[in-house]
Design a protein around this ligand. Structure first.
Ligand code: FAD
Ligand code: SIN
Length: 547
């Protein structure tokens, strides 16, 4: 952990301020650049994002055997009654046009060659859980890395885009917070420059949250360290409604190995024929769902959880060793090489796997065009809750959602006649006491929240465990607030404050929903309740009491 001192910074003016440089932020930036200057602030290096680690691919209807209706139906089934059908249709139908743009920006997807037609190649479409057709475009098993590469290179060709690395979005600036009269709107953000320690003020006509998800709220996750739910926490603090945070997707197959941190074994391994087994070699998914190992993720993750509890094992096995070694090595080169480093040869032996927190289906309530309730603030990508995923995301629909919503949000930004921000924005104020010894408290609280969330707010929940989690988190939050106001702020403390807020929101949403649906499964209400079908859980921070 590094300690960064917060000093007063300067004011920077842009037309569009994008927080986050994953697929959603970069795709938006490339399009918005046609209408003005774009600042992209990102808290680590520019490629570091959930996007960069995406393996399986991006779902879209690309073959004659497939149809929009099939993709819509699969998405609605996975979403367990909670998807917004108009949003699903809009995103699915927009897919092929946005994929064509990704290719124009330079993304190279895997293709297959037909031996009967030499010189002819077509996109290689794979399958993942819950998809009735082959419709996942991929770049071998490093799709996200290829998309980040292509989009970042396209951004460097665009003079209107300025990327600020190691810049941490702290809080949104709103006219209400500034005490200005008239309807509230977002006019910029405070951003910690981690290199200088200054907090700069970024002023913009449009602010876009593209901060990704919150996997780090849980002890075990497939997500990289950046995924601390900062966008959700910032929006919540600004009074913007947050929806459906109880629906945290646990990916069924994260590598189980004492030395491995967050390494995903793509669902595409099962899509290509990989089979889940228990340690006795039994294919335990056979009696659980007609799609067996390729059932939707919530069902597979719960089945693994129950199998591990039933047998007392620490993991289950994913076996693809029955396929040809050549095929496996060509199709999954990154997974194959990484596993070899841990002493596992997936062409010869099964892979030990466990479920881990993977994706946030809820988030900042936003339209398919990224609009939030706060004028001037848009939310796109994983940070947003548009209604596409409902109670459970269909695999590989998130990269699709990110490009479609980024495109639509950019069109809206270019069309809308939003006023410029006020000429003077207030500078950041912070406490100035130093207390380096207390860093141990930051790391302790960080670990405690993640452990509480894993133990009490995981794949299988109960009301009692949720209440216990809520009490622990409220106590920790009181301690964090004290730190926040009294001491010099660090990026670690900002992230701790954000994961505490997001943990609070996940628990609060889970307690609001007295049923089991999709990813939210509670033993106290084990079945879906028709009264809750189509009902989102919604949280809004109460306004501060007037003086
Ligand atoms: P991200 O790509 O996560 O980008 C967020 C950006 O915001 C980052 O640059 C981050 O540094 C920045 N940021 C965050 N907070 C701040 C802050 N406070 N200040 C400044 N910057 C900030 N989905 C699929 O559809 N297909 C897949 O095959 C697939 N595989 C996956 C595999 C793994 C291992 C993981 C973790 C996820 C996978 N997903 C997949 C999900 C998908 O990758 C993400 O949902 C998607 O990439 C999110 O894109 P995004 O642009 O919204 O956010
Ligand atoms: C994977 O490759 O299994 C991840 C796909 C996704 O999360 O959509």
């Amino acid at each position: 952990m590094t300690e960064t001192h917060m000093l007063m910074g300067n004011v920077k003016h842009y037309d569009f301020l994008v927080i986050g440089s994953g697929i959603a932020g970069l795709f938006y930036a490339l399009k918005a650049a046609a209408g003005g200057k774009v600042a992209v602030v990102t808290k680590k290096n520019r490629a570091e994002s959930n996007t960069n680690y995406a393996q399986g691919g991006i779902a879209s209807v690309m073959s004659k055997e497939d149809s929009f209706e099939d993709h819509v139906r699969d998405t609605l089934i996975a979403g367990a009654g909670l998807c917004k059908e108009d949003v699903v249709r809009a995103i699915v139908q927009d897919g092929p046009a946005r994929i064509a743009e990704l290719i124009e920006y330079g993304a190279r997807f895997s293709v297959k060659h037909d031996p009967a037609a030499p010189g002819h190649a077509e996109l290689d479409l794979t399958r993942e859980g819950g998809h009735s057709k082959r419709r996942i475009l991929h770049a071998q098993d490093i799709t996200g890395r290829e998309l980040e590469r292509a989009l970042l290179e396209a951004c460097t060709r665009q003079p209107n885009i300025h990327i600020f690395e190691n810049h941490f979005g702290v809080d949104l600036i709103t006219t209400a917070k500034m005490g200005l009269p008239g309807p509230n709107r977002c006019v910029g953000a405070y951003v910690l420059n981690k290199t200088t320690g200054q907090v700069d003020t970024f002023a913009a006509r449009v602010v876009v949250l593209a901060t990704g998800g919150c996997g780090k709220v849980y002890l075990y996750t497939t997500n990289p360290d950046i995924a601390t739910g900062d966008g959700v926490a910032m929006a919540y603090r600004a009074g913007v409604p947050i929806a459906n945070m109880e629906f945290i997707q646990f990916h069924p197959t994260c590598l189980y190995h004492p030395k491995a941190k967050s390494f995903l074994i793509s669902e595409a391994v099962r899509g290509e024929g990989g089979v889940l087994k228990n340690l006795a070699g039994e294919e335990f998914m056979n009696g659980v769902h007609p799609l067996k190992s390729l059932a939707p993720r919530d069902i597979v993750a719960r089945a693994i959880d129950s199998e591990m509890k039933r047998t007392g094992a620490d993991y289950v096995l994913l076996d693809i060793s029955h396929l040809s070694a050549r095929f496996v090595m060509n199709r999954f080169p990154n997974i194959y090489e990484t596993l070899l480093k841990y002493g596992i040869d997936m062409t010869k032996e099964p892979i030990p796997v466990v479920p881990a927190a993977h994706y946030q289906c809820g988030g900042v309530l936003a339209s398919v065009d990224g609009e939030t309730e706060l004028p001037g603030l848009l939310a796109i990508g994983e940070v947003a809750c548009t209604g596409l995923h409902g109670a459970n995301r269909l695999a590989s629909n998130s990269l699709l959602e990110a490009i479609v919503c980024a495109h639509r949000a950019a069109l809206l930004s270019l069309r809308a006649d939003w006023p410029p921000p006020p000429a003077r924005l207030p500078e950041w104020q912070s406490g100035n006491a130093t207390n380096a010894d207390e860093m141990v408290v930051v790391s302790h609280n960080w670990d405690e929240i993640r452990r509480v969330m894993w133990d009490y707010v995981g794949i299988v929940r109960t009301t009692k465990r949720l209440q216990r989690a809520r009490n622990r988190i409220l106590n920790l939050q009181a301690e964090i607030q004290e730190f926040y106001w009294d001491f010099l702020i660090t990026a670690d403390l900002l992230e701790l404050r954000n994961i505490a807020t997001v943990a609070e929101l996940i628990v609060a949403c889970a307690l609001q929903r007295p049923e089991s649906r999709g990813l939210h499964y509670t033993l106290d209400h084990p079945h879906p309740d028709p009264a809750w079908e189509k009902r989102d859980t919604l949280l809004r921070r109460p306004p501060p009491p007037s003086p």
